[in-house]
Design a protein around this ligand. Structure first.
Ligand code: PAF
Length: 273
């Protein structure tokens, strides 16, 4: 496995690579969900590239950025163990030589759900993903469906801009109690972890968004949104933990809609299918 931090070196290396590339972009702090994406890429492509880049432009809250977990040494060991070929790990100055003067903005769906309480978040995500896709030029790129809105926006961006990469959404991996795996789970103390473990069940079992919201608030969560659309229920909550506030998201097909499957990639803005 080769680690590359310099983008000039990367561009040279990329021009010499032979064979289809699978790509898993991450912000590090790898967990089993990331590893499942990497394993799938290793199985389906001649070469697998992992990127680790904590993308400052997608954080609308500086405390959230500062507290974002990091475990680079452990990440590199895990990546090697699952068969990653190349790790791209640039810094901000390398990724943003334009200092974010050029931005990739979506005007409709990016303002809904997570975009409603994290203004500008998806502009940061789409901008960095576009840069990474240009750098890595993968045949396939893998994204977890916990970030379902992100997945749809990236898929639509690639379709809208005629990018050749196939965007593959992979099922959310969950802990034993159903909590969706997330790097942010590391920031939960044991009380907060107990509350977080109820999130998915409440999303699943509640008969309405209002009922889910009430149940989460009764547990002490701050609810950013609960919204059922495209046959899925989406939710974002904040849980206090060690004087900090940890934001968690999830989405699933709720029990009362499960009978109407399949609902997978419902149209959002006329591109997703
Ligand atoms: O899902 C993430 O970890 C990030 O949003 C991504 C896609 C790596 C872009 O920074």
């Amino acid at each position: 496995m080769q680690l590359v931090t310099d983008l000039d070196q990367w561009q040279q290396l990329r021009s010499e690579l032979d064979g289809g590339v699978g790509f898993v972009p991450t912000m590090g702090a790898l967990h089993d969900g990331h590893l499942s994406l990497l394993r799938r890429s290793v199985a389906e492509n001649a070469l697998t590239v992992l990127s680790i880049f904590v993308n400052a432009t997608q954080f609308n809250n500086s405390a959230d950025l500062q507290n974002y977990p990091s475990s680079i040494e452990e990440d590199l060991k895990l990546a090697q163990a699952v068969g990653v070929d190349l790790v791209l790990m640039p810094d901000y100055a390398q990724m943003y030589p334009d200092d974010f003067r050029f931005q990739m903005r979506e005007e409709v769906f990016s303002r809904d759900l997570c975009g409603s309480d994290r203004p500008g978040h998806f502009t940061g995500v789409l901008t960095v993903v576009l840069k990474l896709l240009n750098l890595v030029q993968p045949e396939k790129a893998y994204f977890g469906l916990k970030d379902y809105q992100q997945y749809l926006l990236i898929k639509d961006m690639c379709a809208g801009l005629f990018l050749p990469t196939q965007i593959i959404g992979c099922e959310t991996l969950r802990e034993k109690d159903g909590l969706a795996m997330s790097s942010r789970n590391r920031r939960l103390d044991s009380t907060a972890r107990g509350v977080a473990g109820r999130f998915n069940e409440i999303l699943y079992r509640s008969g309405s968004d209002e009922e889910a919201m009430g149940a989460l608030q009764a547990l002490g969560c701050t609810v950013a949104y609960i919204k059922t659309q495209y046959g899925r229920r989406f939710g974002a909550i904040k849980i206090d933990s060690q004087g900090d506030s940890v934001r968690l998201i999830d989405n699933l097909v709720p029990e009362n809609l499960a009978a109407n499957l399949p609902v997978a990639d419902a149209p959002v803005n006329g591109i997703s299918a």
